[in-house]
Design a protein around this ligand. Sequence first.
Ligand code: SF4
Ligand code: SF4
Length: 188
Amino acid sequence: MEKKDIRYRKVYRDLKPLYLDLDDNLARAKKFYEEEEIHSCCREGCSACCSQLVVATRWEAQEAALFLKSLPDFDRYWQNLGSWYAKTKELLQQRPKKEAEWEEFAGTYRRLEEPCPFLFEARCAIYPVRPAPCRLLYVSGSPEACADPDGEFDQLGWFEEAADPALSILLEKSEAGVFPLLVASALA
Ligand code: SF4
Ligand code: SF4
């Protein structure tokens, strides 16, 4: 398989087809790695990566808020959002204005070891509408590196390339921010 198999731009009016195309590109990237015998350690129920800072778009947060509202245990996630905010707000208030400083800020956030408010029993409660950054994590090595706040991830590089068309469309549609904050604002 060739890398050029990734799809190119279309006009998207809602998220579902965009996510389908993104997932399709990522599936091609996975196949590429499998053919090269480069294996990922990502598994269902493995969730250490869900304590990272997730930066996504307002468009995605609105979709996630609608999905959350439809859940019978919505109250649990609303409460989780409150507890998550209480534990992270001091740090989040210091979030940088310059894009170049976000990587370092993400490292500091990871050291809080605070799980995403939408994680329940090691599963993502909003899995069908999880934002793009949560779709494109695919690492080699060991999950212990993900659980260690100072551990080095080995993200398989072509994943980001395969996600680029979708990411640029998302960023054109709406601004990006800290995902749970944007969801809380969409729910308020
Ligand atoms: S990124 Fe790390 S924690 Fe997340 S599923 Fe993959 S191996 Fe597990
Ligand atoms: S939205 Fe879902 S996949 Fe993403 S960090 Fe939260 S629980 Fe994990």
